[in-house]
Design a protein around this ligand. Structure first.
Ligand SMILES: [Zn+2]
Length: 244
């Protein structure tokens, strides 16, 4: 017994030494500020972590500002956006890395973080499957990945909810950033269709995306789903919520 405990201690110590040496020669850096991460910390340094302004929507008993975005537009059950988007803060860098800088592991990590925060919420628990917002094939080929799928995979790692890639993006649309809400809607209203129409989908699904802004893209995706599956209950999960 003593020998076993000693072996285990030596094993742990040697693992820590190897990790310390690796950290010394190949320090990981913060995904937001690029400064060296303390040993044992992944992706986001404590300073950038402190800048994250969590919404705490998962604890709300009344409707949230994220849910109100869809009022009068389309029936969305619950909207879980975890962090307020604030420009100049670490959330802006994190989303930029995920979207444009090939930060695939960070996207999965953020999905896991979202899953951890939602785990206790009853409405989240009733979601049967996750549906990521797809990119257009050409855009995904150029980027090499779809960030919404990676976020959904992170959520799946954490919660065991299946990911269903049922949506297809029909056309490549222009950037939304400089457009008004109406212009955004005209830009995205028919861009989604259902990839495999024969598939059954579960009763309650969540559309997954990186950030919720005007809700136009998600509304369009939800419309495509409801057109084919009118009985489906739809919720939304995003990492961030931007105030439009
Ligand atoms: Zn940092």
């Amino acid at each position: 017994m003593f020998l076993f405990a000693a072996q285990l201690t030596i094993h742990r110590m040697s693992r820590e030494i190897v990790s310390g040496i690796r950290h010394f020669f190949f320090p990981e850096t913060c995904s937001s500020c690029d400064k060296e991460l303390p040993q044992g910390v992944s992706f986001i340094c404590p300073i950038c972590w402190d800048e994250l302004n969590f919404t705490h929507f998962e604890k709300f008993e009344t409707s949230t500002s994220a849910e109100q975005i869809f009022w009068g537009r389309i029936g969305i059950s619950h909207v879980f956006s975890i962090i307020y988007y604030e420009s100049g803060k670490s959330i802006q860098n994190i989303l930029h890395q995920i979207k444009y800088q090939n930060a695939k592991e960070l996207a999965v990590y953020m999905g896991e973080l979202v899953g951890k925060r939602l785990a206790e919420n009853n409405d989240f628990q009733s979601i049967d499957a996750l549906i990521p917002i797809p990119l257009h094939d050409k855009k995904e080929f150029i980027r090499g990945y779809n960030q919404s799928l990676l976020i959904a995979n992170g959520l799946k790692n954490q919660t065991n909810k299946p990911v269903i890639e049922i949506l297809r993006r029909k056309k490549h649309h222009e950037s939304q950033t400089k457009k008004s809400r109406e212009e955004r809607w005209q830009n995205v209203k028919d861009i989604f269709s259902i990839a495999r129409k024969d598939d059954k989908i579960p009763k309650h699904i969540a559309i997954v995306d990186d950030v919720l802004t005007t809700g136009s893209t998600i509304e369009s995706a939800a419309m495509a789903i409801l057109k084919n599956y009118p009985e489906t209950k739809i919720s939304v999960i995003t990492i961030a919520l931007a105030k439009s």
